[in-house]
Design a protein around this ligand. Structure first.
Ligand SMILES: Cc1ncc(COP(=O)(O)O)c(C=O)c1O
Length: 370
């Protein structure tokens, strides 16, 4: 249920299609569905459920909080935390059956000292991101030797810094990772390095799993079979014709022309429509219109050539305005656009046959608002 006139629509048929496309490209390698940051804002429970139904072997999240939240929602599939988990929280990881990433020699020592055993571990190798991970093979080897008695050393992985097209850096990262795997010589169950782009752009002969995030939403480079999943909509709630040289919104940064129709939309920067969207294009009834004036916290205004009635649907991005184009114009990436849509925007999960589910963080589980 939701009462606002603003919502994100998630096309579950296209999500299923994209999962099938990714799985086909993986050619029997295991799929790790990366659903961190509430699955890029799309909804971690919904996306996890679809990925697991399609036989994803693992889910990847960014923190123990995200992992445990999924457990609370009934997700039983293996979950890997891709970022650092403090040695102080290992018991919570164990209790919730969450796999953790060992990110450094120091981290491995702390895990050893914690005297907690029986954890499932994946080791992160730093081949060029310089973010987290082992840079030194000897340290990695020593850490594995130190932990393998008491834990399940299940996986090893690295992360590409640019897999959007074939390039020398990716090749060097891959070669370095392959050398490390050969030197370590441990029977890892999972070896993984590709993200979405790499799944479609590089074939490698060392991994048996890959981590796909953005491709699930149709946004990997270089694959035309993927379909868009997410659209952001709002509705006109107020419209008026203005005269010449009126100001619009805070600071009066926009001066109207004669006979312009100004419509107000109930979406603002607190919804993820950040202030850089000013001057961007939206789609209204076969017409492209411009956001004019400063974007407010909860509202913004658009300029229309013609009158459109209240409740007319306005597309911020979707079938007529690809998210990639919006990202380019705002000098960012689709990941940021999607993860910025705040939790006060309801998520509507739709199939061709109709709406399957609506998630509204504000009102879900509260039955007193009918
Ligand atoms: C370590 C790691 N693996 C995989 C992914 C998934 O990347 P993508 O969404 O490009 O598939 C990410 C995303 O940021 C990541 O940080």
């Amino acid at each position: 249920m939701f009462f606002r006139q603003t919502w994100e629509e998630v096309n579950l048929d296209n999500l299923d299609h994209n999962l099938d496309t990714i799985i086909k490209a993986l050619n029997r390698k295991a799929l790790f569905a990366i659903i961190k940051a509430n699955s890029y804002g799309v909804g971690d429970f919904q996306v996890a459920s679809r990925a697991v139904a399609k036989k994803a072997q693992y889910l990847g999240v960014s923190s123990l909080d995200e992992a445990i939240s999924l457990r609370h929602q009934g997700i039983t599939a293996p979950i890997l935390v891709l970022n650092y988990v403090s040695y102080q929280h290992l018991l919570a990881a164990k209790k919730n059956n969450v796999t953790i990433t060992v990110v450094s020699f120091e981290h491995a020592q702390k895990i050893k000292e914690s005297r907690i055993n029986g954890l499932r571990l994946h080791f992160k190798v730093d081949t060029g991101m310089n973010r987290i991970g082992f840079k030194d093979d000897q340290e990695l080897y020593d850490a594995i030797i130190a932990l393998k008695q008491d834990h399940d050393v299940e996986g090893i992985y690295t992360h590409y810094l640019d897999s959007s097209e074939a390039n020398q850096i990716t090749k060097e990262q891959f070669d370095s990772f392959k050398r490390t795997i050969k030197r370590i010589d441990h029977p890892f169950k999972y070896i993984h390095l590709a993200n979405s782009d790499a799944i479609f752009n590089f074939n490698d002969d060392i991994s048996n799993a890959a981590r796909a995030g953005i491709a699930m939403f149709g946004l990997a480079s270089n694959n035309k079979d993927l379909k868009p999943v997410c659209s952001l909509y709002t509705k006109i709630v107020h419209i008026k014709q203005v005269s010449e040289k009126e100001t619009i919104s805070y600071k009066g940064t926009y001066l109207t022309k004669n006979n312009e129709w100004i419509a107000t939309l109930p979406i603002g920067y607190a919804d993820g429509l950040n202030r850089h969207y000013q001057d961007q294009t939206v789609y209204v009834n076969n017409e492209y219109a411009k956001i004019v004036g400063r974007i407010c916290m909860d509202q913004c205004m658009i300029s229309l050539k013609n009158y459109q009635p209240i409740d007319t649907v306005v597309e911020i991005f979707g079938p007529h305005i690809p998210i990639e184009e919006v990202a380019k114009r705002l000098d960012t990436i689709p990941y940021e656009i999607l993860t910025s849509i705040s939790d006060r925007v309801a998520r509507v999960y739709r199939r061709k046959r109709g709406i399957e589910k609506i998630d509204n963080q504000r009102l879900d589980n509260k039955n007193d608002c009918d």
